[in-house]
Design a protein around this ligand. Sequence first.
Ligand code: ADP
Ligand code: MG
Length: 140
Amino acid sequence: MTIERTFSILKPDATRRNLTGAINAVLEKSGLRIIAQKRLHLSRAQAETFYAVHKERAFFNDLCDFMTSGPVVLQVLEGENAITAYRDVMGATNPENAEAGTIRKEFAESIEANSVHGSDSQENAATEMAYFFSGIELVG
Ligand code: ADP
Ligand code: MG
């Protein structure tokens, strides 16, 4: 049993539609625990830094526009194999390809406005949570 931590964002389409509680109910039901949480309106610089890995992609500019279009909820999740577990409960990037019962299938509006972010590796999880949270804000 490996207890891990992963980084989560409830994206602007989720806050706009008042879905933060409904989404967190799904991830909590899957066994993940929210051990840190803050609501922010990302600056352009914060969005570009966070998604720097995608800066060569055609959708980068639109993605940064979307991620700064309203508030987000930033979270650290803890649980058994949390990185994979959260990716599984999020579902595929494109909600049309996501399985029934996943967050993106239930809630996402489009491949871009897909309601949630989740780290894809231990290394990225550590980098992403350190960008937004200090150690004393992680209350497991
Ligand atoms: P994931 O969030 O599933 O890890 P990626 O890391 O590939 O997906 O992409 C980051 C985010 O960029 C996605 O969650 C989505 O908001 C957006 N995105 C990805 N692919 C596209 C696309 N083809 N068109 C528009 N937006 C996209
Ligand atoms: Mg990704």
